[in-house]
Design a binder for this molecule. Sequence first.
Ligand code: HEM
Length: 468
Amino acid sequence: MLPEWVTSEGGSPRDIRINNSAPTSLFPTMQSTTIALSLGALSFILLRTIFRKAKGSLPPGPPGLPLIGNVLDMPSTMEWLKFADWGAKWGDICSVSLFGQPIVILNSATIIEDLNENTAAFSTRPRLPMAGELVGYDQTLVLIPSAAFFSPFYLFFDFNPSSFQATARDFELIGNILPTRSEVSAGAFLVDVFPAMLRIPEILAPFKQTARIWARETKHMVEAPYHFVRQQMTSGTAPISFVSSLLKEEEKLSEEDLRDIKFTAASFYGGGADTSAAAMQAFFLAMVLAPEVQREAQTEIDSVVGTTRLPLFSDREQLPYVSAVVTELLRWHSVAPLGVPHAAMEDTVINGHFIPEGSVIIANLWNILNDPETYPKPDKFDPTRYLRPFPQRDPRTVCFGFGRRVCPGKYLAEVSLFCTVASILATFDISRAPGPLPVHENTQGTISHPKPFDCVVKPRSDHAVTLI
Ligand code: HEM
């Protein structure tokens, strides 16, 4: 069964504070609850810190203050830049503590490989009450704990794209009916650090009112595609899709199966829509900043595919330069600069450092993809990195995350990006708009887009218009 979704309207600032206009009769209850929670939390932090110190030392990191740890050191935006500085100073594996909660930060591909070897120990997600229990993402693939993610429908993600006959048109999205919420990022709310705050009555907890509104959007994201496909099936217009294929034998499906289908489809959408959109925006920016790359890619497409049809995914082998443009796109713009946090399921030792059970593990993917030792001049959009006799490291080993939680949509992303990029290059010229040259910068959020910029997009010829 779905959780009970609350329906009243609301909306409030994201900060946690006590509302002075609350009915006075609530105050005595609130004060005693706050004092009890604070004392409980303080004792918990103290005991946890003492107990952990006895077991081994965490990876090095900036020294924090007693009890609150590194709360005051934490950056409020572009965390990956600060985390990269910490990596340079404290090493590829470093750590901070927030009220006794260890956060381990990984800043190198080698450390990620080490973790890949010990993947089971890091295959769960931290408990994030705001995004999870309150907003409802805890039932989507991205936040479910590892033990639960052997849903049979998970397997649908994991297909191999070789011999795939896709064109760009196969990837039209129903984005206009579905919102995604990148503001619900991990740890953005105090309740993620102190889950006990879930007990605060809603009238005194603005975050709960915000969560109510976002939870309605999650419910819509889960229900709308399912009902859309059912409607299409009733009218006989449903194309083959994940949901329509599974609903063909609906009578054999249990309530639980239906719920799994809805949430898996929503995970496809939630995981795939914003990431793919961000990568495509970055592609337009890259073409503005590197016109010579665009010309080279178009020359390759014209000579291999010709100008009478759109490129197919099956042309990829014959289009190494265009293929390298997609590879470079995955490196140059970090769609998920810090990936999605993992959590340690048991006490583990990595590179001699003790990682206690429950530690939050954050991989600084942005930093690894911009490491000048691996990728000289990392700001430059340069597909030839992967074509030289000694190609640079394939960013796919990093940009899709690590271990058992590695992005299950990576093959789909690959097919859709290649088809879309190749078709746009075949039919359009992208150039800079009048005014200063745009700069490549990431927006804030779990899913990061390039900051807004203008560009000019024109069909390459009258004939190209007929292919679009
Ligand atoms: C440019 C495209 C994409 C990038 C860069 C990307 C990147 C990522 C990353 C970094 C993670 C976290 C992995 C980890 O925890 O270590 C992730 C998870 C996920 N991605 Fe993607 N992704 C992309 C496209 C897609 C697509 C197209 C889909 C679905 C159709 C998808 C579905 C998911 C799901 C469901 C998860 C959660 C997996 C889990 O928690 O077990 N992604 N992705």
